[in-house]
Design a protein around this ligand. Sequence first.
Ligand code: AMP
Length: 519
Amino acid sequence: MLLSEVVDASREVGATRSRTAKTRVVAALLARAEPAECAVVASWLAGEPRQRKVGVGWRTLSSHAEPAPGTTTAEGSAPLDVVAVDALLDGLATTAGAGAAARRGALLDELFAPATADERSFLVRLLTGELRQGALEAVVLDAVAQASGAPAALVRRAAMLSGSLPTTAHAALNGGAEALEAVRLEVGRPVHPMLASPGGTLEDVLADAAQRALDVVVEPKLDGARIQVHLDRGADVPVRVWTRTLREVTDGLPEVAAQVLALPCETAVLDGETLALDDDGRPRPFQDTMSRFGSDEGSEVLLSPFFFDLLHLDGRDLLDEPLAARLVALDGLLAAPGHAPLRMPGARGASADEAAAVLERALADGHEGVVVKDLAAPYAAGRRGRAWQKVKPVHTLDLLVVGAEWGYGRRTGSLSNIHLAARDPGGGAPLVVGKTFKGMTDALLAWQTATFPGLATAEHRWGLELRPELVVEVAVDGAQRSTRYPGGVALRFARVLRYRPDKTADQADDVEAVRALLV
Ligand code: AMP
């Protein structure tokens, strides 16, 4: 398959807001791909190289992508094909050590020299992450189902269990439903975590559950970092830990590993939250927890793990069991004496009063709110469903920063007013829903000013347009209808609470979550 065919499909996908139309275009392309090309094409259309990162920044890319003055692009060269481009990207991703910059430069020239202007622009956007727009992954998974004839639920499940879209596309398109069914939870390979969706007030969420005749558990929502911990005593590294974005952090969290090693089992996959606590057990600021996940090697804060789900125990997969059964297994495992408490208890089958008491206690203890969970629901990742709903006292949204304006007055020289966008659930470009310069400390302003230029896709007199990659959590008073913003909705009084380095763009809230706040 030629690169130009993928570029044309990508353009078509971008040109329509209809999710059905996008899915159709992607499915048609995947159906034409050769067996060896499926994984690559699926990955590109979801906005990511198969290699995920190739280690080349925007400036280097654009300097190589710019045709030398006087040369005519692409004429006379053989057209680029998908497999050849993927092989060059492999080369880029694995080039390291002395002389790497020069070798990368040569590979980039090899990549761009035969490319047409459209192909260059596609490749630059692919490699800088600009094409990566959360919802696209869901569109591509649906298209994989369409093109392979396998049920969409089976495709999504394989993606959750393998943690990899290319692997899933390859299995579906080459081996059909049978190959997808063979994708199982493997201890030692992280699965995509189940997500919570923003709920309204506790009363609303409970009333909604009652109406649907659901039994729920109300658990404190800890304000830390999501961790997925795999224990396998037979493995070289018995305990391994991943973040919400499936980044491995095993080496960085020995104290978490030690606690899990003390559990009375041979194999387990645990899902939970880890956070830094004060001596009196109150959560320390979120930044203290995150300091253990960044490049700040010197951080000496200790983290405490708390688990709220169990996906596997001693050879038994629990993912498809209802939460009620998973919690019985989890409580049984964690009840063994001899280790620190690893569970923040919630209230099961709670009455409205008991649920309110859990929320009150959680807030009094310094936590964020509660998560209300359907006790009958299996563990399901990918889409934010209503099986887990989070309730917080203030409305907060996780939005994408897509632009920043130069400040004035005291903020002259700082990138200050940020443009906030929500994901388009149809897979289109993020939709701007507001701006804010509130809630920023001087340190945060300095960080923005230093960080944003590395994400710039265009420079203007007023400021920068940014690749939609950074997720920022804002508090808002609500939302109102707007004729000015493309999603038809604008935030009311947004202020920055913090950046969320633990979240990727596809985990930002979508415009429906913003519309849900319309008063
Ligand atoms: P948010 O980060 O606002 O999307 O809220 C969902 C996140 O809350 C999950 O991904 C977990 O990291 C975290 N969390 C904290 N406590 C719980 C809990 N008891 N159950 C599920 N998620 C929790």
